[in-house]
Design a protein around this ligand. Structure first.
Ligand code: ATP
Ligand code: MG
Length: 258
């Protein structure tokens, strides 16, 4: 009798079948000038579905540059950005706009709401470029506002909302299209500590629901809530827990303290 077990076809491990939501391969972004600014230097970054990543670094370190690239608001100077397995370099401008409106939700420090539109309209406008019937858009926008705890304020105008409520509208707007990736740039930068904590609790809830989050911040209270921390300093990315040399560790601490 053979001791060799019969061959069975095992499915490949998940990591081989599911593309990363974000996969940056040697991505550089330079801005022309004298001398040119290398705002992002040969960055490699993988963010898997359901990850909650904080990107931390001092002013001018390249955080917004990275966020703009991740959000297809800007192009790498070199390197490749795969989003959900798609080489974004191969997309036409209309295709990029489509991916941006369907696949990516944005939350900014200054909320970016239209003051002369109701909260419901602000959220519905996120799907304006999406085909489909508008009554469904209204239903989805209402559901997103309920999800962020603002079901009772759908007719309110942003000028009558607190900062925390405005940011919750912005999160509802980011979520309504069920994006693969939620990107936030200093989402608590304009909020007091109590309201910030409420927004962070909401991010925890979204993380539990399996949403992929990348949050840019200066703030330790924000970065401590994420499950991964990526440090950026002078355009160079380093992940917490990665092997780094002593001088690099020093520079990360210096970046954290500045
Ligand atoms: N359009 C541009 N043209 C030239 N240089 C730029 C441009 N955008 C950004 N930079 C430079 O790239 C570097 C990174 O800028 P970036 O805005 O990404 O920093 P940041 O980490 O977001 O800073 P902050 O915390 O102040 O928002 C800086 O040196 C900045 O001056
Ligand atoms: Mg910035």
């Amino acid at each position: 009798m053979s001791l060799v077990p019969p061959a069975i076809d095992l499915p490949p491990p998940l990591s081989e079948t599911t593309p990363a939501v974000v996969d940056l391969v040697n991505v550089t972004r330079s801005f022309p000038g004298t001398p040119p600014v290398e705002a992002l230097k040969s960055a490699n970054l993988r963010i898997d579905k359901g990850d909650y990543v904080a990107i931390v670094g001092p002013s001018g370190s390249g955080k917004s540059t990275l966020l703009h690239l991740l959000g297809l608001l800007d192009y790498p100077t070199s390197g490749t950005y795969y989003l959900d397995g798609i080489d974004t370099g191969s997309l036409s401008e209309p295709e990029r706009a489509g991916v941006r409106s369907v696949g990516i939700g944005f939350v900014f420090q200054s909320f970016h709401l239209l003051n002369h539109r109701s909260t419901l309209e602000n959220v519905m406008l996120a799907e304006v470029y999406r085909p489909g019937d508008s009554s469904k858009r209204k239903e989805r926008a209402t559901a997103a506002l309920v999800q962020v705890g603002l079901g009772h304020r759908i007719e309110a105008f942003p000028t009558t909302l607190s900062g925390g409520e405005k940011q919750r509208v912005a999160v509802a707007r980011a979520l309504v299209g069920e994006p693969s990736l939620l990107l936030a740039d200093e989402p608590t930068g304009n909020l007091d500590s109590v309201t910030s904590a409420q927004i962070l609790d909401m991010f925890d809830d979204l993380h539990r629901l399996g949403i992929t989050l990348a949050v840019i911040t200066h703030d330790d209270d924000v970065s401590e809530r994420a499950e991964r921390r990526i440090y950026i300093r002078d355009g160079v990315l380093t992940e917490e827990g990665e092997e780094v040399g002593e001088s690099q560790t020093d520079s990360i601490w210096a970046a954290e303290e500045s």
